[in-house]
Structures are given as C-alpha cells and as structure tokens.
Design a protein around this ligand. Structure first.
Ligand code: AMP
Length: 184
C-alpha cells in the first residue's frame, strides 16, 4: 500500500493515549514510506497524525472542502493540499487516492466516513482494506455493535471480515497488507 486514507477525530479526546497512538501510527507510516491522505485539518487527532508524519519526513495530502476552511482550520504545512467544493467530493477524492482506510478514534464525522467505506465494500464498490486502530479499546463497543447486528440478522456473518482491527499500528498495517477481499 502506497497511500492510506485515515479518518480521525477533529478533537483529540480526553485520554492522552489517543494522541500518543496517532503519533505512533504516523511513525509507522513514515518508516514504511506510506503516504497519508486525510481531511486536511490542523485540529484534533487529524492534526496530530499529519504533524507526526511530516516531522519524520513523510508525505501528507489534505483534502478539504472550501466551506470548511474556517471551521476546521486547514493545515498549512502539508506536502499537498487539494481544495474541493463539497463533503461528497472530499470523500470521493480521498477514496480515489487511497489504497486502504484506517479509522482512528473520532466522533460522528469519523463514524460517517468509516461506515460509508464499509458499506461500499459490502456492495462490492471497492476491495480495499478497512481497519480500526483500536487505541485503548476505543472501538471495542463498535465491534460489539457489529456482533449484535450479525446476531440480529442485519449484517451477513461473512461481512464481519470487512473490518480488521488492532491496537498496534504495525500489526494493523500488516493485516491491511494481507487483507483478502475474497473473505468478504
Ligand atoms: P469528528 O469525528 O466528528 O470529529 O469528525 C472528523 C472529521 O470528519 C470532521 O472534521 C470532518 O472533516 C469530517 N467529516 C464529517 N462529516 C463528513 C462527511 N459527511 N463527509 C466527509 N467528511 C466528513
């Protein structure tokens, strides 16, 4: 994988472990020469991750709709910054560039981006790996919800494997490299 799209909170969360995890993921990206594609903001875990990669000489592309510039505070030091018109164009551009997707801890925005990607994998619109970086178990309740949805008959059992997860950034990248979309 050359470029990975990361969805992450525009906040950093209360537990400092979230930002520490984002920094570790940035280090792993730089070490493995993986380029980051993300929303382009300076705030929250999005900014922490971008800064961590840039500090280690890695490459970061931000994709932001013009209307969000004031609200999100665009990161001005990125390797590449792509300005788009709408949120939909942002997601389309990030998808076009990415070979895989990772969600860091985040809120509604992160969930929305993650689940669009998962639901598109489910109907075969892409075969790229989708991963949860499960820092301090942040995504464990989401994994439980998915199990609940499988048990209740709303998510096919075979689609469980669309999402991989790990609390270790290197383990996560390995799982993504070995991802087999035929398991979906
Ligand atoms: P949050 O996880 O709620 O802090 O949101 C993280 C980021 O996701 C936000 O700052 C937005 O840049 C982005 N975002 C939220 N909703 C959407 C959407 N519908 N399409 C694309 N990006 C979004």
């Amino acid at each position: 994988m050359k470029q990975i799209c990361v969805f992450a909170g525009s906040s950093a969360g209360h537990n400092p472990a979230y930002a520490e995890g984002a920094k570790k993921l940035g280090k792993a990206f730089a070490e493995k020469n993986i380029e980051l594609v993300y929303g382009g903001a300076k705030s929250g875990l999005m900014g922490v991750l971008a800064d961590s990669i840039l500090e280690q000489g890695g490459k970061v592309t931000g994709v932001m709709p013009t209307e969000l510039f004031d609200r999100e505070i665009a990161h001005t030091e990125l390797s590449d910054f792509i300005e788009v018109n709408t949120m939909h164009e942002r997601k389309a551009k990030m998808s076009e560039l990415a070979d895989g997707y990772i969600a860091l801890p985040g809120g509604f925005g992160t969930f929305e981006e993650l689940f669009e990607t998962v639901s598109w994998a489910q109907i075969g619109l892409h075969q790229k790996p989708v991963a949860l970086f499960n820092i301090e178990g942040y995504y464990t309740p989401l994994k439980r919800l998915i199990e609940h949805a499988i048990e209740a008959g709303f998510v096919p059992e075979t689609n469980r494997s669309i999402i991989v997860d790990s609390a270790d950034p290197y383990g996560l990248l390995d799982m993504m490299n070995n991802y087999d979309s035929r398991n979906q």
